[in-house]
Structure formats: C-alpha cells, structure tokens
Ligand binder design. Structure first.
Ligand SMILES: NC(=O)c1ccc[n+]([C@@H]2O[C@H](COP(=O)([O-])OP(=O)(O)OC[C@H]3O[C@@H](n4cnc5c(N)ncnc54)[C@H](OP(=O)(O)O)[C@@H]3O)[C@@H](O)[C@H]2O)c1
Length: 388
C-alpha cells in the first residue's frame, strides 16, 4: 500500500491521478490533497477519498471549506505554501504527486524531494526553474523522481535494460499543437479559445497555450536533460501529429526504441506510481490498423519562435531557463486576458531573456529570484507593448 499526497488534485492531471488511484484501492491510499481555489471539487474529493489533510491556496478558502465540510470528515484543512509543504512532507507519505501548475508547486515539491520522498512529477516548470538543484537534492535525499509526462515516461520505458553509455540521442515527439499548419499571417490572429483547443490532449489552460506556441516542446527538452542526464544537443524534436509514439531513444548502433500508446495521461500516471510495473488499466488495447499511418515532420522554428527560445534557454543554462519560465507565465496570462496577440508571446519572452545576465543557481532562493526577476521585467515590457 502506497500513501500518496496529491498536489494539484483539482486539475486535469490531479483528476486523472485520482481515477488511477481509485482503480487500485488495495495499492494506493490518499493521505493528503492539495488544491488551489476550486473548493467545490476539492470538497467532493475529500468526501470520496477521506484524506487526513487537505490544503488550499489561502486562509479565506480554508475557512470556507471548513464551514462546508462541517463535521462530516476528520480532514484537517491547511493553506498556502506552508500548508502545501506540510502535506508534501508528511512522514507517512510514500510518494508525492506534483501536479500544480507553473511555479506554484516549486517549494512544496522541492521540500518533498529534500526529505527523501519519491515524487511523481507532472509540474514540469519545476525542472525548468530549478532542474539542477532538484536533481542534486533528490540524489542527496534518496528519493526518486518519476515523470508524469507522456514523452518522459516513453523515454524512461525506452531506456530500461539498455546501457546508458550506448545512448546516442533522444527523439522527443510532439503533435505540433492546434496551429501546426497555420501561416504566420493566420497565427497573428488566433484567439485564446482556438489556442485552448488541442487536437489530441485535454489539458489545463497554461499547458494548452504552451503547446500551441510549442514552448512546451522546448521545456520538455529541458526536462529530459535533467531527468535523463543528457546534453541539449542530444535531444531532437520531431512532430508526429497522431500522438501514438510518445518518444524514442536511439542507440549507438542505430537501433531506435520507441514507446507507443493511446494519448491518455492515465498511462504515464499509472506507470509513475507503479514503476517498474505496468499494472492493468481500464483502456482498451491500441489497434494500430485503426490508426493506419504514423507520420513525422520537422517543426518550423521560424513560425514557432517559442520553441527556439526555450531550446536556447536550455542550452544557455544557469538562471536562463527560470527567466524563460517567469517571462512565459506573464506572457501566457496576458494572451489569455486578451492583452497581447499570439505572436507577441515570443516577443515578450525574447526581450526579457535579452535583458538577463545569467548567474549560476546555487540555491532554490536564487532560482525563485531569477523567475521573479523575469516576471517583473516581462510585466514592464508588457505595459510598453499594451501602451503602443
Ligand atoms: N494536462 C496534461 O496533459 C499534462 C501533461 C504533462 C504535464 N502536465 C503538467 O502538469 C501540471 C498540471 O497540469 P494540468 O493540465 O493538470 O493543469 P490544470 O488543469 O490547470 O491544474 C492545475 C492544478 O494546480 C492548482 N493550482 C494552480 N495554481 C495554483 C497556485 N497558485 N497554488 C496552488 N495550486 C494551484 C489548480 O488548483 P485549482 O484548479 O483548484 O485552482 C489545479 O489543481 C502543469 O505543470 C503541466 O505542465 C500536464
């Protein structure tokens, strides 16, 4: 029986994690749930899973939740970063699922890793902001990090049973998002509603926009660099619109090992929780004759500037990926609020990166400082863009 703390329980990954957990009640027990503001959904999750602890974003929502729970459960309600840290590091938690979005999950996840917890990591921004520190801390703490991202789960499965020295490169696949075949002219006019409609995956708002700009693929390359200890130059991005091959690994002799599956996050979630076992799931077998054809193409980096910027940030390293992340958070929010156009997202990120002088990250505080510096600069640039 594994005791689980789930951070981000009310999000897309959170809800799907609970489906996986519910499917194996003899294997998994929810000890704590962390949500943001959606207390309606959290309330029903508390009633169903009866965790000992739950945490929300602020004291007001904690108070409202306590009133609504009345004395129906014994769940203790906590709030804010301190609350999330407390539940992620509870002594009886075996694995913490990090499924908050943006940098909100950074400190709770970092704390879990520091005390030696295993972490199933969906919240990829954490590896972008503080990848080197997180990996170092995980080694020191003795816990493991299991990716909840279809691509990284595929890579993890493709390196099992092979010698690391024989690995030549990683081929990171991506669907190309909703705008793969759009012209630059058409891209300049896309709306947030269009950008939120991914052709293959249903996801939260932030990652949906990151997929539409393809920043997400560069971010995934940075994630892969840390998780699998490879150089950025060893990672190739390949578009694969059917989203059936979730990534591949090439070895020195030219052999390529790939992982194929339906595009459904319950598969990587289940593998992260049950590693190295592949437990029985509820999805039907994949019939490749139904798919018919698997196709591949190179991404157009001129059209999707965010891909180039994120790969560049990963190569520069040090504080630059945290700056990319901070600037992107501001840009994505501004786009969703209708303040900037789709093509102004990379403009805002690029200008912020250009103003940054990188520094080495020796502590989590420095990583947060770089992220916040970028958010402040990006907000200044945003004001100028909006003012014009
Ligand atoms: N969706 C996917 O297919 C997928 C695949 C791979 C990786 N990921 C990564 O997994 C993470 C979650 O993605 P998602 O699609 O599940 O996103 P989502 O649906 O937007 O869910 C985000 C979760 O984080 C919580 N949250 C947001 N801001 C918060 C804050 N400031 N403090 C505390 N909690 C906060 C939300 O709480 P409330 O809703 O209660 O406010 C919600 O529970 C992201 O980092 C994403 O990049 C997602």
């Amino acid at each position: 029986m594994k005791n689980i703390c789930l951070l981000g329980s009310t999000g897309y990954i959170g809800v799907n994690s609970l489906k996986v957990i519910k499917g194996s009640p003899h294997r998994y027990r929810i000890v704590a749930l962390g949500a943001g503001k959606n207390i309606d959904l959290l309330l029903s999750q508390i009633q169903e899973f009866k965790p000992r602890f739950a945490a929300v974003i602020n004291p007001d929502l904690a108070k409202k939740l306590k009133i609504r729970l009345n004395s129906r459960t014994n769940t203790e309600i906590l709030y804010g970063t301190e609350g999330y840290i407390e539940i992620a590091t509870l002594s009886d938690v075996d694995i913490t699922i990090a499924a908050m979005t943006g940098s909100s999950g950074l400190l709770p996840t970092f704390s879990a890793v520091t005390v030696g917890k295993d972490v199933a990591l969906a919240n990829k921004e954490i590896l972008v902001v503080a990848g080197s520190l997180l990996m170092k801390e995980s080694k020191k703490g003795g816990g493991k990090i299991f990716p909840i991202d279809s691509e990284h789960s595929a890579i993890q499965q493709s390196i099992q049973g092979h010698r690391r020295e024989d690995l030549k490169r990683i081929i990171l696949t991506g669907s190309g998002g909703p705008f793969k075949d759009f012209s630059l002219e058409r891209l300049s006019k896309v709306t947030p509603e269009e950008a939120l409609k991914h052709p293959k995956w249903r996801m939260g708002r932030k990652i949906s926009i990151d997929s539409a700009t393809m920043l997400n693929k560069g971010v995934e390359a940075i994630e892969a660099k840390w998780l699998f200890n490879v150089e950025m130059d060893q990672i190739e991005i390949l578009l694969h619109p059917q989203s059936i091959i979730h990534s591949m690994v090439e070895y020195m002799d030219g052999s390529i090992i790939a992982q194929l599956a339906r595009p459904d996050m319950r598969i990587p979630i289940s593998y992260a929780l049950s590693y190295p076992r592949h437990l029985r799931g509820e999805l039907p077998s994949l019939d490749l004759s139904d798919i018919g054809k698997l196709s591949f193409e190179k991404p157009d980096k001129n059209k999707f500037r965010c891909l180039d910027l994120s790969l560049a940030a990963g190569k520069i390293g040090e504080s630059m990926p945290a700056v990319l992340n901070g600037a992107n958070e501001v840009a994505v929010n501004a786009f969703l609020e209708g303040k900037i156009s789709f093509l102004e997202i990379p403009q805002l990120i690029e200008e912020t990166m250009e103003r940054h002088e990188t520094f080495p990250l020796n502590s989590i505080d420095q990583a947060i400082e770089a992220d916040q510096w970028a958010q402040s600069r990006a907000k200044e640039i945003l004001e100028r863009i909006v003012g014009n």
